[in-house]
Design a protein around this ligand. Structure first.
Ligand SMILES: [Zn+2]
Length: 161
């Protein structure tokens, strides 16, 4: 897996300062085993959640109690350019949840589902807002992101499904 965590994190700098302030709370996992070890130490043995992450259903999580963001890069299976694109999308998506909880509590309180496999996840207003934001920022900064990471994926196609 050819990913550069520092360069990926530098894509956060393109966003407004309200997002950049939480940059040091982002952890990108590139290795399944180090993920398992650290996850169990930190969150306990949540088999259902661990399975969902290993299967690639959960690609990232925002923990509102600590403002920490975890991105599970090892579970994303695609070519290198798309992989990097997806990680950026995922960071922007989770950072939007950070923003919702810290600056738009009215919207954060409208959250209806907590897990990707919950019914209603697709229509959850906080998820729609996070996906919309991530897509909008990827589109807006696609040239800068491409240059920073030296990736040239298809920015017009839907991603992070
Ligand atoms: Zn989300």
């Amino acid at each position: 897996m050819n990913i550069n965590v520092d360069k990926l994190l530098s894509c956060v700098d393109l966003l407004h300062e309200d997002y950049v302030e939480n940059k040091n709370n982002i952890k990108i996992f590139t290795n399944k085993y180090s993920f398992l070890f650290q996850y169990i130490l930190k969150h306990g043995l949540d088999i259902k959640e661990i399975k969902s992450i290993l299967k690639g259903e959960t690609r990232g999580v925002y923990y509102h109690n600590t403002n920490e963001i975890e991105v599970y890069a090892f579970s994303i299976k695609c070519d290198e350019d798309t992989l990097n694109q997806e990680i950026v999308f995922c960071m922007y998506h989770e950072l939007r949840h950070y923003f919702q909880w810290n600056y738009n509590k009215k919207l954060a309180d409208k959250r209806t589902s907590m897990k990707v496999n919950d019914i209603g996840y697709e229509t959850d207003p906080t998820e729609r807002d996070a996906n919309y934001f991530a897509a909008r920022m990827c589109k807006k900064y696609k040239d800068q992101i491409s240059r920073k990471l030296n990736i040239y994926p298809d920015w017009s196609s839907p991603y992070c499904q």
